[in-house]
Design a protein around this ligand. Structure first.
Ligand SMILES: Cc1cc2nc3c(=O)[nH]c(=O)nc-3n(C[C@H](O)[C@H](O)[C@H](O)COP(=O)(O)OP(=O)(O)OC[C@H]3O[C@@H](n4cnc5c(N)ncnc54)[C@H](O)[C@@H]3O)c2cc1C
Ligand SMILES: NC(=O)c1ccc[n+]([C@@H]2O[C@H](COP(=O)([O-])OP(=O)(O)OC[C@H]3O[C@@H](n4cnc5c(N)ncnc54)[C@H](O)[C@@H]3O)[C@@H](O)[C@H]2O)c1
Length: 471
């Protein structure tokens, strides 16, 4: 019996952010297409990622902020309490709102002919199967995202192991929580939980946190975040059962907790696609070799966009990768696109950010480093957030900005400014000729830039560093 095949120009697998951005380009080209999605709709970002995590962080930060009120003479602040159920209810309400918005602007408007629900797998290089239906496509975009890693032995602990897939569905806050893996997720959720009153303990096998690799920033971050909850670093964590609780042990540290948040990283959803039937070699790192400027796998008809390629697993990058893949899948010619300056923001308080080149990528002999400590910064003192450090890197000879790493208040804004300057290939001298208001956190960046300027060879022309001369 021959199974009926639907023929299209382009099949997009995954209706997450990368898939939907790709769809925008494909629709505009007028090519025929199908969009295929397995699992829940609404995108990882809106459903279990960026958005619910930021709501939780906001609640925790606002509640924690009450602690400062005594300084201003506000009576009664110590007796404020938090209803965990209502707090989580608020996270869920806003989350539902974000998800509804995504769905109503995308798949809700699509017919069953072009939007197929189910997990796709390759039968042949151009042939996919979804719930028994077959789709033959000239070009295929894989935008299947990633999922949280849970080591196999931990799966036996059932719902006592949380991931960000299940955390935002909880009705109550746990009394105690171990956060294993202090990367981006572990820090954001760990600090929030601690601030909401959950007895939280953090573990990471590395000697650093939040993926920081500038030693000065990592040291400051460990000290600052370590005031919110204990951080046990340098040993992989192991879990054993203790009655209905879990014991988490790493090196000489051990705690008994109600729940564990597994934030050990995320695994690309490539293993469910039978991509070998497409003649694609997964390579040593289990990710097929692809070009990050075209998103094309080798010189094949298949493109890889978003978290599934594990290279820049962030929302704005998933958007760009979707656009590139969508454009190239719809065109006769493959076009390479310049990728943007790397920018990463961890929304802990104070924010941890990095921009441009990482510390470990620098040629230290050719690099000048400017630094400012946040302790004396006027605006930070007023805000009661004068903790942290900003480190900026520039080429020693040309003075061109290369990158930065920081832990500081409003880091999310400073990191953007720096990314935009690197994108424009500006020098530290040119940055000092920009206006700086008073009193603002940007003055801390200005101080770091002055420190950097003193260490680079290229200086501004004219008698006043901060002002350009009129010819
Ligand atoms: C807790 C958390 C917080 C985050 N916070 C931020 C943040 O603040 N800022 C930021 O920039 N990024 C953040 N991120 C990362 C961001 O959410 C991701 O980079 C982005 O959502 C990736 O989008 P995507 O389209 O690649 O994947 P997804 O949105 O996951 O879409 C993939 C889709 O493909 C489907 N699928 C999988 N396999 C198949 C198959 N075989 N067939 C059909 N469909 C399939 C999946 O079910 C899913 O619907 C966060 C992530 C998490 C987990
Ligand atoms: N603000 C944001 O932009 C944001 C927020 C959340 C998530 N994200 C995205 O989600 C991705 C995944 O985040 P993540 O935090 O899960 O991964 P991650 O890679 O950032 O961190 C995982 C951490 O787990 C540690 N680890 C692994 N196995 C361990 C073990 N057995 N014991 C102790 N520690 C162990 C690793 O050393 C690492 O520090 C990020 O790369 C990021 O792109 C972004």
């Amino acid at each position: 019996m021959t199974v009926e095949e639907k023929n299209v120009d382009i099949a997009i697998i995954g209706s997450g952010s990368a898939g939907l951005y790709a769809l925008g380009r494909v629709k505009a080209s007028g090519k025929s297409f199908v969009l295929i999605n397995g699992g829940e709709q609404g995108t990882t970002c809106a459903r279990v990622g960026c958005m619910p995590s930021k709501v939780l962080i906001q609640i925790a930060e606002d509640y924690h902020r009450c602690g400062i009120l005594g300084r201003y003479g506000v009576e009664g602040h110590k007796s404020l309490t938090l209803d965990g159920e209502e707090a989580l209810g608020h996270v869920q309400d806003l989350r539902d709102n974000f998800v509804d918005r995504v769905i109503s602007n995308s798949t809700a408007q699509m017919s069953d002919e072009v939007f197929l629900e189910g997990y796709a797998r390759f039968i042949e290089p151009h042939l996919l199967e979804v719930n028994g239906k077959r789709v033959r496509a000239d070009k295929i975009i894989i935008a299947t995202g990633s999922r949280p890693v849970i080591p196999k032995p931990w799966q036996a602990f059932g719902d006592r192991i949380l991931t960000t897939d299940t955390l935002f569905e909880q009705e109550q806050l746990p009394e105690s929580l171990a956060v294993i893996g202090l990367g981006v997720i572990g820090l954001e959720i760990g600090q929030s939980m601690a601030r909401l009153g959950v007895e939280t303990t953090g573990f990471d096998q590395l000697e650093t946190i939040g993926g920081l690799d500038d030693p000065a920033v990592a040291k400051a971050a460990i000290e600052i975040i370590g005031r919110d909850f204990p951080l046990h670093l340098g040993h992989p964590a192991e879990i054993t059962e203790e009655g209905d609780k879990l014991r988490v042990t790493a090196g000489e540290h051990s705690v008994v907790v109600d729940k564990v948040l597994a934030s050990l990283g995320r695994r690309p959803n490539l293993d469910n696609l039978q991509i070998e039937n497409a003649g694609i070699d997964l390579g040593v790192h289990a990710i097929p070799a692809y070009n990050p400027n075209t998103m094309q796998i080798g010189d094949s008809h298949i493109f890889l966009a978003g978290d599934v390629n594990a290279e820049r697993p962030l929302l704005h990058e998933a958007g760009d990768e979707g656009r590139i893949a969508g454009h190239n899948a719809s065109s006769d010619q493959i076009q390479a696109f310049k990728r943007k300056t790397p920018l990463a923001i961890n929304f802990v308080d104070p924010n941890i950010c990095h921009v441009g080149k990482r510390w470990s990528e620098l040629d230290y002999a050719q690099t000048a480093v400017g630094e400012v400590n946040m302790a004396p910064v006027g605006r930070a003192l007023i805000m009661g957030k004068n903790k942290g450090v900003i480190r900026v890197y520039a080429d020693k000879v040309s003075g061109k900005l290369l990158g930065a790493e920081m832990i500081c208040a409003k880091g999310e804004n400073l990191a953007h400014l720096l990314a935009w300057c690197i994108e424009q290939e500006l020098t530290v001298g040119q940055l000092l000729q920009m206006p700086f208001y008073h009193p603002v956190i940007e003055e801390a960046l200005q101080a770091a830039l002055y420190d950097l300027y003193a260490k680079v060879e290229t200086k501004n022309s004219g008698p006043i560093t901060e002002l350009k001369m009129i010819d």
